[in-house]
Structure formats: C-alpha cells, structure tokens
Design a protein around this ligand. Sequence first.
Ligand code: SF4
Ligand code: SF4
Length: 134
Amino acid sequence: MKKRVTLTFPKRTVHMPVTYRLAKDFNVAANIIRAQVAPNQIGTLVIELSGDIDELDAALEWMRSLDINVSLIGREILIDEECCVDCGLCTGVCPTQALTLDPQTFKLNFIRSRCIVCEQCIPTCPVQAISTNL
Ligand code: SF4
Ligand code: SF4
C-alpha cells in the first residue's frame, strides 16, 4: 500500500539518511515529492511511502520515536478569521512561509498550497485561532 506523509525533522535529525533506513530496515520505498530545510534548520519532507502495511506502520512508529513529526496528508490547517487578532506570532514559526502578515494591511495571510501541515503554528496562537480538520 501507499501513504503520502509530511515529515518534519527536528534540528538534530535533519541530516539523518531516513529514506535509506526506511528501505534497508523496513523494506519501505520512499518517493520524495518535496524537500525543504528552513533557515532555522527545521527540515520538512513530503514523501510517498510504499510497502507492506505492517512495515509501513513500523516505519512510521520508528520515525515518531526519533521525534520526527509525521503528518498524514488529508489533514489541513484551519484558521478562524473571526478569532484571529493578526498578531503575527504564527508567522515566526512557519517553515514554509504559508503564514505571513500582509505588509500593507498587517492582516494574516494564509497560502494553503504552501502549508505542509507541520502544525508548528497551532501552539503559538494566543487565541487558539488555528486548528486542524481531523
Ligand atoms: S502547519 Fe502552520 S506552521 Fe506548518 S506549514 Fe502549515 S501554516 Fe506553516
Ligand atoms: S498567532 Fe493566531 S492570532 Fe496571531 S496571527 Fe496567527 S492565527 Fe492570528
């Protein structure tokens, strides 16, 4: 079976050869769709994993044990515009600049196509305006 996931690597694992280990230790093939390392050295990878379901689950568990954040695609970020006070705190942690403040209006701008659902923005919001659909 296949699973498309977004991986967010903490600084200490950003250079780990994860796709090699997935193939060698779990017999799981990883097709990299998008890779990015942010200036703060947090890395994100969108990959499609293929393999036996049990080995896929074991591989996901192994990555989580390394503190790699694993998000299954399908999950989406929701911003409650009524609640948002445009403080901009969430923009500081967004590794892909999906969240920015408009320089003219100072309003929060969310570009969904850039969002990799790493969920780092959720705990930064002081008014809980950010959540996920699942
Ligand atoms: S989940 Fe939040 S921090 Fe992560 S990429 Fe999407 S908007 Fe940015
Ligand atoms: S942290 Fe919350 S209130 Fe501040 S801009 Fe982001 S969504 Fe809006």
